[in-house]
Design a protein. Structure first.
Length: 297
């Protein structure tokens, strides 16, 4: 462990070690935890598939030809919201019923979205997602020129499907997550290797964007998936592994990951297990503080 502050020991056990629970993938991302089914669903971007893992059944294929899916989230009805690189779309699928794929957003002002990357759902049902150009490159998607001149962060109204551009000055917006009370939204930037935080307005828009923290280090890794625990500590993928920040933006330490980490989710019954998608494998690590409970029936 790369420990920067003594408080790190209050969050990560000193003897904590990653356990690999599944492997053999191409480039995995977007893990989400289902407390009822006790499963982790995640994307394999380059493998063009969506998978489900559980301790009882191991890995199962949920969808082939997933349009190079990336980030995922559950909505209030337990349907899966997915970011799709190849289709430049945000979609919704109810796997518990008909399993049909429904496109929620694909264009902004008649221009195709870049490649939706990561997504979160607010308690009022509103969907927030980042839209960098990553999925239009050969390494992470289908090479093609963008139609938009910026990489935006959007809010999609769950009732009206109105798509609102919230921020357009990111270089490559990537991971995002809400504060515990949803009054703030954290968004990181892969190119700039930093995290910004915004105030969430009553109408769902964002204001007062400011620097929250920088992700530093020479080891491989970039600003990517983010999650928050029940004491407001923020976890972000970055150089060398997973960077842990306290609510004031102080980096308490870095959890080195066995492979290049892309995203994570808190799981198991007590939400004290961190499941991490890292290139070819799904790992898990025990933590002391439970993760934010974002599941809503």
């Amino acid at each position: 462990m790369d420990i920067h502050h003594a408080d790190f020991h209050n969050i990560i056990p000193q003897d904590a070690q990653f356990e690999r629970v599944a492997s053999g993938f191409d480039f995995i991302e977007g893990p989400i935890w289902h407390p009822g089914e006790k499963t982790v669903i995640f994307s394999d971007i380059l493998g063009n598939s969506l998978y489900r893992w559980s301790a009882k059944t191991g890995v199962q294929t949920l969808r082939r030809n997933s349009y190079m899916s990336n980030g995922n989230a559950y909505d209030q009805q337990g349907r899966i919201i997915t970011c799709e690189h190849a289709a430049s779309s945000l979609t919704r699928t109810d796997f518990a019923n008909n399993g049909e794929r429904e496109v929620l957003a694909s264009h902004y002002q008649d221009k195709e979205l870049n490649s939706p990357n990561d997504v979160v759902v607010k308690s009022d049902g509103a969907i927030y997602f980042t839209d960098p150009t990553s999925g239009r490159s050969a390494g992470y998607g289908v090479p093609r020129d963008p139609e938009l001149t910026f990489s935006g962060v959007y809010r999609l109204d769950a009732a009206t499907f109105e798509l609102v551009l919230l921020v357009d000055d990111f270089s490559k917006p990537n991971g995002l997550c809400f504060s515990l009370d949803e009054s703030q939204l954290y968004i990181n930037d892969t190119d700039r290797q930093h995290i910004r935080v915004f105030d969430v307005q009553p109408n769902g828009t964002l204001a007062n964007g400011r620097l929250f923290a920088e992700l530093t280090g020479d080891a491989p890794g970039v600003a990517d998936g983010m999650k928050i625990d029940q004491e407001g500590n923020l976890y972000s993928c970055g150089p060398g592994g997973i960077h842990v920040f306290n609510p004031d933006g102080l980096c308490l330490g870095v959890i080195p990951t066995p492979e290049f980490a892309t995203n994570m989710v808190f799981g198991d019954e007590d939400l004290r297990t961190l499941y991490v998608t890292a290139t070819t494998s799904l790992y898990r690590l025990s933590v002391k503080i439970p993760g934010q409970n974002i599941w809503r029936e």
